[in-house]
Design a binder for this molecule. Structure first.
Ligand SMILES: Nc1ncnc2c1ncn2[C@@H]1O[C@H](COP(=O)(O)OP(=O)(O)OP(=O)(O)O)[C@@H](O)[C@H]1O
Ligand SMILES: [Mg+2]
Length: 247
């Protein structure tokens, strides 16, 4: 079986800022990869390169055995790559249901009854059914994050890219979100999840990558990565929320 995602020698710079330098890794189908790294490391940029919002300067990306390096983000979305953004941007005047239906219709290419069914299922999985008729602009942060997840899910992805979906949530709000993401992975969706809240990642991911200055410092077993000298040095002196996982 080929990897769900295979990135080889990826590079990207903005002027003098190097955000990806010879980045190579792969993710097996139905597994979850976590990504940590200091602010500005290039984490969101990497998701943009995988999703096709940004074009790479060099390197290749293969998805589900096919080279997607030069494909548009729309084409990648149709193939089964979905993304939740670090800053949620829902259509504020539309209801939660309508927002998710847009994901189903345009990303998932399902309309009419099938579109409604896909939307209802995505709302159910993300715990938002009861908010279906609320305008997205009225949602609190947790529900805006859930809406991001529901919109991505409605495209019926094989690979979902989550960018700080837990950021800004309280400790009490975290467990349901963690359960949801674990459930997704367990249902066969491949997950790549950027998060600063390391204990949330450690509760779900099969592998962990630490990025810094556009380079992979370490990748592999999550606890071994967090214990590696390079990773500890990068985080020394910064706030680093290991929570329960530290013991
Ligand atoms: N469109 C852009 N144009 C110019 N510079 C950019 C652009 N997008 C990102 N950058 C720069 O690239 C670097 C990496 O940004 P990126 O958003 O990928 O970091 P990050 O690891 O996601 O950080 P954070 O943890 O703060 O979200 C930063 O220095 C950022 O300012
Ligand atoms: Mg980011």
């Amino acid at each position: 079986m080929s990897p769900m995602l295979e990135v080889h020698g990826l590079s990207k710079r903005f002027g003098k800022v190097v955000t990806a330098e010879d980045v190579s890794f792969s993710v097996e189908p139905g597994t979850a990869l976590g990504i940590v790294g200091p602010n500005g490391a290039g984490k969101s940029t990497l998701l943009s390169l995988i999703g096709g919002v940004l074009a790479a300067d060099g390197g290749t990306i293969a998805f589900d055995g096919k080279d997607i390096t030069t494909l548009s983000s729309g084409a990648r979305s149709e193939m089964g790559i979905a993304r939740s953004f670090q800053i949620p941007r829902p259509f504020v005047d539309m209801t939660v249901f309508e927002n998710v239906y847009v994901g189903a219709a345009f990303g998932g290419k399902v309309q009419g009854q099938a579109g409604y069914d896909t939307t209802a299922e995505a709302l159910e999985i993300s715990g938002m059914s009861h908010l279906a008729n609320v305008p997205a602009g009225q949602l609190r942060l947790l529900d805006r994050k859930r809406l991001e997840l529901a919109r991505a899910l409605a495209t019926r992805p094989k690979l979902i890219l989550l960018d700080e979906i837990a950021g800004g949530l309280t400790e009490k709000e975290l467990p349901p979100l963690i359960e949801m993401i674990r459930g997704l992975r367990d249902s066969g969706v491949t997950v790549i999840w950027i998060e600063h809240i390391v204990h949330a990642l450690l509760a779900v991911v099969d592998e962990l990558m630490c990025l810094a200055f556009g380079k992979i410092l370490a990748i592999g077993d999550p606890r071994e990565v967090m214990a590696s000298r390079e990773v500890i040095e990068v985080y020394l002196g910064s706030t680093f929320d290991m929570g329960e996982a530290a013991s």
